[in-house]
Design a protein around this ligand. Structure first.
Ligand code: CO
Length: 135
């Protein structure tokens, strides 16, 4: 198994306000936002030194998963950690053997077209985990 870090995702009420604050205070530059309507979010990335990235996610509606997260965490917070894996099917097969709860059908794709899957927080130290297949 290979587990790299793809990104750390932070839910925010407004990508524009978050990007302005990150630029002003930390000198971090945020890329152009895009929409993932299937997940009900807008998102934008901050590329960090060393290859890490932040993913800023803003809900498109209050009744989306991220919208409900923000209702519980006003002002925002860490939403998920994304691990990169070279073979998501092998990873999912391993997790199935350990009765890890994969959310949805495990056949999702991100805005870049990469396969992704989410693991319930109770199966990873209380943190929502995204697996992302990197080629
Ligand atoms: Co993500």
């Amino acid at each position: 198994m290979d587990w790299g870090i793809s990104h750390i995702a932070i839910a925010v009420p407004s990508i524009e306000r978050a990007a302005a604050a990150l630029r002003r205070t930390y000198g971090m530059e945020t890329g152009t936002p895009c929409e993932n309507t299937a997940q009900g979010v807008r998102m934008a990335y901050v590329d960090l030194a060393g290859g890490g990235r932040l993913e800023l996610i803003e809900p498109l509606s209050a009744d989306s998963g991220v919208g409900r997260f923000l209702a519980r965490n006003p002002g925002g917070g860490v939403h998920h950690i994304s691990f990169a894996t070279s073979d998501i099917d092998a990873s999912l097969q391993r997790l199935a053997r350990h009765e890890v709860k994969v959310l949805g059908d495990g056949q999702g794709r991100n805005v870049h077209g990469d396969r992704i899957a989410f693991i319930h927080p109770r199966d990873f130290l209380g943190v929502l985990i995204e697996l992302e297949e990197t080629t």
